[in-house]
Design a protein around this ligand. Structure first.
Ligand SMILES: C[S@@+](CC[C@H](N)C(=O)[O-])C[C@H]1O[C@@H](n2cnc3c(N)ncnc32)[C@H](O)[C@@H]1O
Length: 252
């Protein structure tokens, strides 16, 4: 076993506990600070509420969006389950980061002016649990608070699915198999370190909710859709958009 855990990943019960580590950070390094800067700037434009008061970046990873948002909002903070990703966060963010499971949020009801779910930290659980999470997020928001749901475009994922490919990045070769199973996009990966030949398996499994389903779940949580973007640069959502970025406000 080495520091990247090449022989440990499969032992954890849930894919999202096992996968978000240093390898994830290396392979998704192109999801970078510049992309986060654009996304946060568009979100602040549509939802200036994010600029004031306690705002939670949930599933914040190494904090790329949080770092930007905190330039505007010194009360913004982040939470993530992954020790490895939190360790990669810039040092001056550390006191604004919590480690924990989003299904067990350590914040009071009606206490937040905003919650951000950047780059798909939603849809990981069963339908029941996903709905319960959304209801919980709705409860944690103040009336008038906002939720940013940066989610995949489910139809586009189905339409453009590449069932198998290989890429090499940062000294790791990744063979990926993708299937749709029970309305989830399931990606099974085999990672090989090119220097040592060590291998590791990892997977992702994300529920493919169409926008109407997200809106309906959000409505149950007292959240009304204010705006939808299809890209991080603020373009309108269309069938072929890479993202579905819904900005909801808490009513009542
Ligand atoms: C696709 S990554 C996005 C990370 C970050 N928002 C970004 O854009 O770079 C999803 C994040 O959700 C976190 N996560 C997954 N399951 C979680 C859980 N149950 N509770 C809290 N965070 C979780 C992962 O550790 C990971 O950092």
């Amino acid at each position: 076993m080495d520091t990247l855990g090449y022989s440990k990943g499969a032992a954890l019960a849930n894919w999202f506990e096992a996968w978000f580590d240093e390898d994830y950070a290396l392979l998704y390094a192109h999801r970078d600070a510049e992309e986060a800067r654009q996304a946060v700037s568009q979100a602040l434009h549509v939802a200036p509420e994010l600029g004031q008061g306690p705002v939670l970046d949930l599933g914040c990873g190494a904090g790329r969006h949080l770092e930007i948002l905190r330039r505007t909002n010194p009360l913004a903070f982040g939470m993530d389950l992954s020790r490895a990703l939190l360790r990669l966060a810039p040092r001056d963010l550390r006191s604004w980061l919590l480690r924990g499971d989003m299904r067990n949020l350590p914040v009071k009801d009606h206490s937040l002016s905003g919650i951000c779910l950047w780059f798909t930290p939603f849809g990981y659980f069963s339908d029941d649990q996903n709905l319960r999470l959304l209801l919980d997020l709705g409860r944690r928001l103040r009336p008038g608070g906002v939720l940013v749901m940066d989610y995949l475009n489910a139809e586009e994922v189905r339409r453009t699915l590449v069932s198998e490919d290989t890429l090499e990045r940062a000294g790791v070769r990744v063979l990926s198999h993708r299937t749709i199973e029970n309305d989830r996009i399931v990606k099974r990966m085999r990672l090989t370190r090119l220097d040592t030949g060590e291998t590791r398996q990892a997977m992702e499994s994300v529920r493919l909710y169409p926008p109407e389903a997200l809106e309906e779940m959000a409505a149950h949580a007292g959240l009304r859709l204010r705006n939808v973007m299809g890209t991080y640069t603020g373009e309108a959502f269309s069938e072929e958009s890479p993202r579905w970025i819904g900005i909801f406000e808490k009513v009542g």
